[in-house]
Design a protein around this ligand. Structure first.
Ligand code: ADP
Ligand code: ASP
Ligand code: MG
Length: 454
């Protein structure tokens, strides 16, 4: 039997109406059962993090205000769906647990990464219980299967343990079960809750798809698939009907929030079909991410991505390679994302985004040691299979932009992207201009004739 995994993001389960829309999609897509992964209700994760920060800062009353607001909002959505009585028995102990966690943080005067992950799990679990009731499925605890290391806040999966633990899930799902589980969460061998990094429920869905041998994973969100650019900076961004795994990987690695950066690797290993679609317009265009690259004209750029909040560390040439490598390792171990490590005879540049409070602390220590450290940078990437055949096209596009302050070119092993550093303040102007020139200045992204099916 072919198995499908559907994932609904926070925006797709942000209100009673959104839950109803998601339920209609589940019954359409999974008539014979399957697995649904849901995120916390929109805004919940931010709210819990604010509560933890308040509690850790000793402000328990303020943390409790966040808790009350969360409880009231969840209750309202459940009541509007007529499911309050059904979910109440599972929700009450979860909210009590969150209250105890916040109290503990206030007593300690610290929100530890482990405590924060335990608190965040409440938001995801509230949502999954409601989704199970709303979709007519059974709630399953993802922490039965999704084993990870103990890097709280940005945990990495233990694939072999996940595969073994998921075997009974596969059997039950193949027998026609409809199961609903949480995104974003994992569990260490010692039984502590972890999270996979912000936006990580895309990765939960693809990891589970891989472990369960799924044929298709569908990411349901609030846009018509993967677009040619972030629509908040480029309102005219268009959906990309088909893209390669390599393009999707580069796009998400360089910041396109629609897919979590770690969410593509499972599909690359397992070969399932990956689809991105819009909960608000299920019949609209969608993006299919293919292992075999779609044909693109040489030099064609499919999309533009960016990520702000990058810090640059500059090491003098005299320091050699060991200090920057050591810094990169300790930053990554603490959860930072590394966007570039460029060594030249003139010195070494390390570009990182801290991502977790622990990584920000490591960065602070490095800066305090006298190392040149600049914040306020962004990375911008041009992505497209067409760049394989004509990599210099990206440089020609950049040159045509005129004198932009570029901090460094980040070319890596990927041949489907070229990325560079710019001051964050330039993004608002630069991204639309790059999109105009590199994506809009080319023929529309059509499915090439010989790849059309049917
Ligand atoms: P979800 O809650 O469904 O996980 P996210 O907010 O994490 O949704 O991701 C979807 C959002 O990603 C879109 O609403 C859009 O604003 C943003 N985004 C950024 N770049 C792109 C892109 N290239 N294509 C589509 N969406 C993008
Ligand atoms: N709820 C989590 C977050 O907001 C995970 C996710 O949305 O994918 O980061
Ligand atoms: Mg997301």
């Amino acid at each position: 039997m072919s198995l499908k995994v559907l994932k609904f993001g926070g925006s797709s389960v942000g209100s009673a109406e959104a839950f109803r829309r998601a339920a209609a999609i589940v019954s359409e897509e999974l008539p014979a059962g399957g697995l649904v992964v849901v995120s916390a209700l929109r805004g919940t994760t931010d709210r819990i993090l604010e509560a933890c920060a308040a509690a850790g800062g000793g402000q328990l009353p303020s943390a409790r205000e966040h808790l009350v607001a969360l409880r009231d909002r969840h209750r309202q959505v459940a009541s509007e769906l007529g499911l309050w009585t059904e979910v109440r028995p599972t929700w009450t102990p979860l909210l009590d647990r969150l209250d105890r966690l916040l109290t503990g943080m206030a007593m300690l005067g610290e929100a530890t990464p482990r405590g924060r992950d335990a608190a965040l799990a409440v938001g995801e679990t509230l949502s999954a219980h409601l989704a199970a009731a709303c979709f007519g499925g059974a709630f399953r605890e993802v922490r039965e299967v999704l084993r990870t290391d103990a890097r709280f806040g940005k945990a990495r999966p233990h694939l072999a343990a996940l595969r073994t633990a998921a075997a009974p899930w596969r059997e039950a799902l193949e027998a026609g079960g409809l199961w609903v589980t949480q995104g974003f969460l994992g569990i260490t061998a010692e039984g502590h809750t972890t999270t996979l990094g912000r936006g990580g429920s895309d990765t939960s869905a693809t990891l589970l798809g891989e472990a369960l041998g799924a044929e298709e994973v569908q990411i349901w969100t609030d846009v018509d698939g993967v677009l040619t650019a972030d629509p908040s900076l480029v309102p005219g961004a268009r959906p990309i009907p088909q893209m390669s795994l390599g393009e999707a990987e580069a796009l998400s690695a360089f910041g396109a929030k629609v897919l979590h950066a770690d969410s593509l690797a499972p599909g690359a290993r397992a070969g399932f079909r990956l689809v991105v679609a819009n909960t608000l317009r299920p019949g609209a265009s969608r993006t299919e991410i293919l292992p075999v690259p779609p044909l693109r004209p040489p030099g064609a750029v499919t999309s533009v991505a960016y990520k702000e909040g990058i810090s640059l560390l500059r090491f003098p040439a005299s320091a050699g390679l060991e200090p920057p490598l050591k810094a990169a390792r300790s930053l990554e171990e603490a959860g930072a994302l590394r966007f570039g490590l460029i060594a030249s005879p003139a010195g070494t540049l390390l570009a990182v985004r801290p991502e977790t409070p622990a990584a920000a602390e490591v960065l602070g220590t490095l800066a305090a040691s006298g190392l040149a450290c600049e914040s306020g940078w962004a990375v911008v990437a041009l992505v497209g299979e067409g760049l394989r055949a004509d990599p210099l096209a990206a440089l020609r596009h950049l040159a045509a932009l005129g004198p932009e302050p570029v901090g460094g070119l980040l070319t890596g092993s990927s041949t489907v992207s070229i990325a560079f550093l710019v001051p964050e303040s330039r993004l608002g102007d630069l991204i639309p201009r790059l999109h105009d020139r590199c994506v809009d200045g080319q023929p529309p992204l059509r499915i090439p004739e010989r790849q059309k099916t049917g």
